[in-house]
Unconditional design. Structure first.
Length: 439
């Protein structure tokens, strides 16, 4: 992933240095287990660790040079380890195959990436909770199809996002558990030349669990689910970002991204304040989702293994996790500093002459004995006059003057149907469901 959309903590997981370090630990832990089982010398296993500590970081350029000749990445790595270690290195990789190292390494990387993403979501949840309570009873208009519907609060909008990301957190935890498996089972996964106890030992040391049946590779349904979850999280990022983008439109302007001193919105128009961060989040979400279909297609490998998945995962592994990490952090910053305009929200809510209260009048008429069909017709014909006036007329006053409405409802009942607070009677209940508290 390009540095512009990368954060160091996530990016470092995918560096060659980190990958080779994980490879070495897998190989060295496997050798320790073999030494305990008596299949390799104990002194040789000890020497491998000592030589690594003395040598320090792996020479990526040297490994690349060896691979240029061998055309095999794991063999190139093992050759370099042998150069650093000496003759004891011949006991590394006993009974193992390349996928044992590669797949177990990828599991470690994805599990570590998941830990970062879970922490990212935790940070976002904290900000959403704080801002939701800040605007718990800030009235705003709810929209369906982009059209004014009925009143909500801005806090409810944020509470909805919190509930969604809480579900995403649970999905990430489950995806991490599913991906964190270890395969040290040898060619075609039969353990013919390596004891299953080696796999169990390595799994424990690397924070994984043994794969049930590895067939030489870890089954890719696990990876497909992992990347599918990343795609869902990215879509939730886009959903909230899109809400901010709509609210920042000049005609709406109920909320907007923080605009820093010295920031410029346009090279041509000095007045512009554009929702560039949330537009960027929309694009980043598309990038993350682009990993999902290739991950699904990786499931159908030939027989016990092939490597059609390999080139795909070399790309989508770092790209999807690095991008989503950046996107979650950016979204957290957007919500943390989001500028909210309650006065504009109230102005927009009121601008259509009270149309947003039409359902309450409809229900009041039915409670007064008017058929639903007639009640709908009475309210709609007055509502359309207000609509055509672009809110210049008052729905309440038109209803009071309508003989058929007035025959069923007195003026006080009509006025009561326009009480804004009525719509917020159950906000506490919703907040209790989301946060376990309402105040």
């Amino acid at each position: 992933m390009i540095p512009r959309y990368s954060r160091p903590t996530m990016a470092v997981i995918w560096t060659p240095e980190s990958r080779f370090r994980i490879w070495f630990e897998i190989e060295a832990h496997a050798m320790d287990a073999m030494a305990d089982l008596g299949t390799v010398p104990v002194d040789a296993a000890k020497r491998v660790w000592e030589a690594d500590a003395a040598a320090g970081a792996f020479e990526v350029a040297r490994i690349d040079a060896i691979e240029a000749e061998t055309r095999h990445d794991v063999i190139a790595f093992l050759t370099h380890v042998s150069e650093r270690t000496g003759p004891e290195a011949r006991f590394l990789h006993q009974g193992m195959t390349s996928s044992d190292v590669l797949d177990t390494c990828l599991a470690v990387q994805l599990a570590r990436a998941a830990d970062i993403l879970i922490a990212d979501v935790d940070a976002l949840l904290a900000v959403l909770e704080r801002r939701a309570f800040e605007h718990k009873l800030t009235p705003t208009i709810g929209r369906s199809h982009g059209i004014h519907a009925e009143p909500v609060t801005f806090g409810l909008k944020l509470a909805q996002a919190h509930a969604e990301f809480a579900r995403n957190r649970a999905r990430l935890v489950a995806a991490r558990a599913e991906i964190a498996t270890c395969a040290i089972s040898g060619a075609v996964g039969t353990f013919a030349n390596i004891d299953p106890r080696v796999e169990a030992y390595v799994a424990d040391k690397m924070g994984l669990v043994p794969e049930t049946v590895s067939t030489q590779v870890i089954p890719r349904d696990r990876h497909a689910m992992f990347f599918a979850v990343l795609g869902v999280v990215a879509s939730s990022v886009e959903r909230l970002a899109t809400e901010v983008r709509h609210l920042q439109r000049t005609e709406v302007l109920e909320a907007e991204e923080y605009f820093a001193p010295g920031q410029k919105g346009s090279s041509a128009m000095p007045h512009k304040r554009n929702p560039v961060l949330t537009e960027n989040l929309t694009g980043l979400a598309r990038l993350v989702r682009s990993a999902v279909t290739p991950a699904l297609e990786n499931v159908a490998l030939w027989h016990e293994r092939d490597i059609s998945h390999s080139s795909v995962e070399r790309g989508i592994g770092p790209d999807a996790t690095i991008t989503l990490d950046f996107a979650l952090a950016r979204l957290t910053g957007v919500i943390d500093k989001l500028l909210v305009y309650p006065e504009r929200m109230r102005k927009n809510l009121d601008r259509m002459g009270g149309l947003v209260h039409s359902q309450r009048v409809l229900l009041a008429l039915t409670q007064a004995g008017v058929s639903r069909e007639d009640a709908y017709r009475f309210v709609q014909r007055n509502a359309m006059r207000v609509w055509d006036s672009d809110g210049a007329l008052s729905l309440m006053e038109l209803l009071k003057a309508d003989p058929e409405v007035a025959a069923a409802l007195d003026a006080a009942t009509i006025e009561d149907s326009f009480d804004l607070g009525y719509h917020f009677r159950h906000v506490d209940t919703i907040f209790d469901r989301v946060f376990g508290r309402h105040g």
